[in-house]
Design a protein around this ligand. Sequence first.
Ligand SMILES: [Ca+2]
Ligand SMILES: [Ca+2]
Length: 598
Amino acid sequence: MTYSRVLSVVVLSFVAIVASAELPGPGASVLATNSAGFTNTLGMKFVPVPGTAVMFCIHETRRKEYIAFASEVSVPSNVWKWPKLSSVPLDDAENHPASGVHFDEAVKFCEWLSKKEGKTYRLPTDKEWSYAAGIGPLENWDSGTTPEMRKKLKAGDFPWGKNFPPNTADRVGNYNDTARHEKFPGDPYISDYTDGFIVTSPVMSFKPNELGLYDMGGNVWEWVQDWWNDKKSLHTLRGGSWTTSSRDEIRTSGRITSDHPGVSWYHAYGFRVALEIPGAVITPVAVTPTMPTPVPVTPTLPTPAPSPAVVAPPSTTRPIASSVAVTPSASPAPTVTTPVATVPPISIPSSRPAPPTPPAAPSQPAGGLVLDRNWATPMQGGSATMRDLGALLSPFAKAATDLAPSPGLTIFEGVTYLMPLAQAKAALNLRQQVVPKNVVACPGFPVSSLYAYCFDAAIDGHFNKLYLVTDKADQVVAVELLAESPKRDQVDAPNNATDWHTYDFINTRVKAITTLWIDHKPFFENKGRWEQYDPKYSSRQPSGETGLVRIDSLLLDPASTKGYKGRGYNWKPLKAMRLYLPKPMMELILQCISGAIK
Ligand SMILES: [Ca+2]
Ligand SMILES: [Ca+2]
């Protein structure tokens, strides 16, 4: 089952349910299986969800059940009765999910059903929903965390696995696909995926997940109990829908909130019912050792919900990288064909005779950047790397030594420039450090002044490490993401300049030689979107207002394609890196470089 590629769970033990028409009470027979189920008077089938004390209905609440409810209970909204979107009528067959359902009405449905059957039905919690979707052990369930925070952590992959878009042949669920695009051409859609349903699909039209739950990804968004954040004004929806095409919303960890408190005018909002198990004892769910990246496994998982950031041994450097450490020579590698001159020149005054006098740490302005006394000392043997870095950064900033704070400049997901390390860790839900604090020693970076803290992460489906780069006072100045097992298209980094010498600015410096190829591409933020910078197109020259640059890099192995001498897009990627640099750091690095390269 493809679901197992996302996360294989092992049921250690849990309170099991006898497959019968009656829900067992305390002391019922215990079976070590999850194949048992319970079917209620409306024909809704429920199965246990390991790691929780509830059973989940295997399908989204259907119109069939909702019609029965609305015939007995007055609900304020009639939206659900005549589903349509932009005057296009939706399928109103009884086996389609109830949609256009307000949060409060979904709660009322559960209350009505509870009273009718003498059991406790309710909406699942955000945590229960994650356990049902297979990512429960990967997310942070500390009190104080909210669905809004968990969405940003991006734990786990997609309901079907790691690839996006999904393969049409896999029929992974009802999303905003090419079929819908033909009817609603104005909306964004997944251009490479066809599930065949323009609107909602009958529930259970696609493969179930490992627990036997259908449509946990797609068809209708599903209300859960939890507030979106601490403001406690908006509720949370999970799973994506037939109108969803956003990669981040389709992730298993994807979440959205309604625009108005508890309200759904939208025909992509439905719900799924959970059933409390009397006397249930929650037992842990472990992650199997065969689970793919990004979260490693420790032999002893805490109970019941392990941290999403599990301590792992320090990552080992690939032999291929460690054997080609940067050379003292600035001359290009033998196979390099494109000269440095094809990239924009470094915009640094060449008349500057020497590095500026470095300010001493104690004299830093309060709240400003804190550096070592000798931060501007040129690094031996790193001139080629500095040229790379200068070429990448000079379109976006000029050399400068402004060490004052730049308040509010966001580096990554709520982390701002000069934010204290502890605050940044909290903002990103990072708790456990992978390797000890390391000095960053990249030519061009201030010497003996920057440090890297490495954490396990699960970001964008393939980055499995996150580095917080700090100054001497543990204030964050940059963020780097690292994918240790990338795919070729996971980082968009191709660059015509082929003699780059630096791959990973925080950890590893390698020189491009015959056995390696390094691609870089810078992106700049423009009105909230990332635009790639390409010196070939002057019209795309970034303005001086950009405050943040992202550099995507790939370390490729040309030898992986035997017999082909030219550049190949099928070269095996060894590592992928994404560095976020705020403008003050870019200016400082260019300042360091200006003193070192004449
Ligand atoms: Ca569809
Ligand atoms: Ca769904």
